[in-house]
Ligand binder design. Structure first.
Ligand SMILES: *[C@@H]1O[C@H](CO)[C@@H](O)[C@H](O)[C@H]1NC(C)=O
Ligand SMILES: *[C@@H]1O[C@H](CO)[C@@H](O)[C@H](O)[C@H]1NC(C)=O
Length: 389
């Protein structure tokens, strides 16, 4: 019986963004006391701790604004003109703003057996996990948006200018938002825009996490081996490094890559002064509730396995407070091939895809690791799951 009811419930749930137009805007100057622990997702900058679920949308908007200001750069709204054209398996999206034009093309691979409109997974670059034959794949060349070598180069900057402060990660999330606009405009593409997931591995695992965190129309994110900014927290990574294991830290990332805004460089040597950490990015999936399955690898120290486990565990406390603990899964497995997909993780991948893209009543209560961590959550978290009315 449940399996018949659930698809209807899933479709009826509000997967569009909340109206945050009446939320306070971020003050121009923020004072935040240094905090070595992971900040409380339920404590807004200016007001007391949340007591009701209805207060969450504005806090969520505040977290998104903090992430943009401190780390990713601004994600522009939908451009004033957006059109899409389908030619065979190519969907071309054209955006215009202030006299400038930009186009990019994604490639569709449709299921051969299921019935249209199909659910789909947007793959950054190419999927490095198996996508079932009942789900379409949308291949997205995210580095066209922002070149991976050289700041301010790429199609996003053709539209918004080379000096725009967006780093590569948020430009790619903006592109995901535009792909969903295009699917909504193009029924002939045979894809259901309400059942679209996103995946990517390594730096694209960060990208997939960030896209789902900023785009409420993403129904499921499947980030794979993204390490920090996907699963892990900057504060914990810094401590791993201090303890003598080389890991990707905030300091390393702004100096090595163009994925984040240059503004992040002001904070990377003072991470405890950030009024957020990446567990709060996980929290952005909790309401409206969307699926998030973090797939990680315990065999690669550079990914910061301990940070990933502890950070996600803190992130899931937000899901618990909002009553959707089982929407967030975590699976960490030891294997030597970065971005390989071990069979051991297949059951949870199947369960998440079936529940969030195929409307089946599967069990997504998954929290597993083969890491031998000393679990010390209190070391990082000094707040508790609030009882929100
Ligand atoms: C959001 O709320 C404001 C204030 O109530 C209203 O003026 C606006 O039309 C709403 N926007 C949407 C998209 O519903
Ligand atoms: C760093 O080392 C200390 C002392 O051994 C330990 O208590 C702590 O858990 C370590 N931190 C991380 C993030 O591994």
């Amino acid at each position: 019986m449940l399996s018949f009811i659930l698809p209807l419930l899933l479709l009826a749930s509000p997967v569009i963004g909340q109206n945050t137009s009446t939320c306070p805007t971020l003050p121009s100057a923020i004072t935040y006391a240094s905090n070595a622990k992971l900040p409380d997702p339920f404590l807004p900058l200016a007001s007391p701790r949340l007591t009701t679920k209805s207060q969450w949308p504005c806090r969520k908007e505040e977290i998104r604004q903090l992430l943009q200001r401190y780390t990713y750069g601004q994600m522009p709204p939908k451009p004033s003109s957006l059109t899409a054209s389908l030619s065979g398996t190519s969907l071309t999206i054209t955006a215009k703003e202030a006299g400038k034009t930009m186009s990019f093309t994604v490639t569709l691979k449709l299921p051969t057996s299921a019935t249209a409109p199909y659910p789909a997974i947007i793959a950054y670059g190419a999927a490095s996990l198996p996508i079932p034959s009942t789900v379409a794949t949308i291949t997205y060349q995210n580095f066209e948006m922002a070149a991976d070598n050289g700041r301010g180069k790429g199609k996003f900057y053709d539209l918004y200018g080379a000096n725009h402060n967006a780093g590569g990660m948020i430009t790619a999330a903006w592109g995901v938002d535009r792909i969903i606009d295009a699917l909504e405009l193009t029924p002939a593409a045979k894809i259901d825009p309400k059942r679209v997931g996103v995946t990517g591995c390594s730096r694209n695992g960060k990208g997939a996490t960030i896209a789902g965190a900023f785009v409420d129309r993403i129904a499921l994110a499947l980030p794979q081996e993204g390490g920090q900014a996907a699963a892990g927290c900057w504060r914990i990574a810094d401590e791993i490094q201090k303890n003598g294991t080389k890991v990707e830290t905030a300091h390393q990332i702004v100096n090595g890559d163009t994925w984040f805004s240059t503004d992040f460089s002001k904070y990377v040597d003072a991470v405890p002064t950030l009024p957020w950490d990446n567990h709060m990015m996980h929290a952005l999936y909790a309401d409206p509730p969307r699926g998030l399955l973090i797939i990680e690898n315990t065999a690669i120290d550079y990914l910061g396995p301990t940070s990933n486990y502890h950070c996600a565990t803190a992130g899931r406390m937000a899901h618990e407070a909002l009553g959707v603990k089982h929407y967030f899964g975590f699976s960490q497995n030891s294997h030597s091939d970065h971005c390989g997909f071990p069979k051991a993780q297949q059951p949870e991948l199947t369960a998440f895809i079936e529940r969030f893209l195929l409307g089946k009543d599967t069990n997504t209560d998954v929290w597993k690791t083969d890491g031998k961590f000393v679990i010390d959550e209190k070391r990082w978290v000094d707040w508790s799951v609030p009882a929100l009315s």
